[in-house]
Design a protein around this ligand. Structure first.
Ligand code: AMP
Ligand code: MN
Ligand code: MN
Ligand code: MN
Length: 277
């Protein structure tokens, strides 16, 4: 049986394990085809590929791109990309450049509510400063005793309306799909159940995504409930999208779903990997 996991993170973005250790854990969990999809970077992919091949897993090169669509942050996964393609490489570099600027502002705002020096704190958890993310701030605020767990840091400090939240403009939907397609890849809407879009806005988004050349959607992901597997299976069928499956694993202690531990895709969907192996 194919156990494929097409969404996971390493310490090249906001995961905690090296690409090699993510691969090792995936293989131990029974995964036989795997993609590392770090946020806005492909720098972990060469060691991911080497580790996957060493371990006898099929390897899929991936990335998760942050975009802004109608004031919402949305994530677009690119799969089967050529990670050396120049518009992709440059687009991701530009996207990462925004991360450090945003992080400085987050730290300034947190200092203003009496939590000093969080930039240096967060940077202690980062392997590459330009990949600094809210998750690194969250780890630091837990370690320094400000909050008891990661999700309460997000709830109290890092989401819209809270003191450490900084409005940020990421790439556009068109940027992300163009970079992925230039690199020969397939664009996939990540964890659609997580976005705060009403039905009309969500349908507008999916129509634009399709119009611009997007072709896949995550149906079974660590972010979805069992009901949402069925809900997004219907969405995939309605739009004629390929369906994807991925844990969105970040860390052994923080992730709700482990690598390879999700149920299979519902019936009657075309898997995004249907012609890959
Ligand atoms: P960023 O790209 O820096 O804005 O950070 C987004 C990342 O934060 C996501 O990829 C998740 O890993 C993590 N994240 C977002 N919301 C939450 C939450 N409510 N609880 C825990 N982690 C979250
Ligand atoms: Mn993340
Ligand atoms: Mn995501
Ligand atoms: Mn992710």
């Amino acid at each position: 049986m194919l156990n494929i996991d097409l969404h996971s993170h390493s310490n090249f973005s906001d995961g905690v394990l090296t690409p090699k250790l993510v691969a090792t854990r995936a293989q131990k969990n029974g995964v036989n085809a795997w993609a590392l999809t770090d946020h806005d970077t492909v720098h972990g992919l060469s060691s991911a590929r080497a580790a996957a091949l060493d371990l006898g897993m099929d390897y899929v090169s991936g990335v998760e791109i942050s975009i802004t669509w109608a004031t919402q942050t949305i994530h677009i996964v690119g799969l089967q990309i050529d990670e050396t393609e120049t518009t992709l490489v440059q687009g991701l570099a530009d996207t990462r450049a925004g991360r450090l600027l945003r992080a400085r502002e987050m730290a300034t705002q947190l200092a203003a509510v009496g939590i000093p020096d969080t930039l240096n704190g967060a940077l202690q958890y980062v392997s590459n400063p330009e990949s600094i993310s809210r998750t690194h701030f969250a780890r630091h605020l837990v370690a320094s005793g400000i909050c008891t767990d990661i999700s309460s840091v997000f709830r109290n400090y890092l989401v819209k309306g809270k003191p450490g939240y900084v409005l940020h403009r990421w790439a556009t939907l068109q940027n992300a799909i163009t970079w992925i397609r230039n690199a020969g890849g397939i664009a996939v809407v990540a964890h659609p159940g997580r976005y705060k879009l009403d039905a009309i806005a969500f349908n507008t988004f999916l129509s634009e995504f399709k119009e611009l050349g997007g072709s896949g959607i995550e149906v079974v992901t660590g972010s979805h409930t069992v009901d949402q597997y069925q809900q997004y299976a219907k969405v995939a069928q309605h739009y004629g999208f390929l369906a994807s499956r991925g844990s969105d694993f970040h860390s052994p202690s923080e992730s709700r779903v482990d690598l390879g531990a999700l149920p299979p895709l519902p019936e009657n969907l075309t898997p995004v990997w249907h012609d890959w192996f």
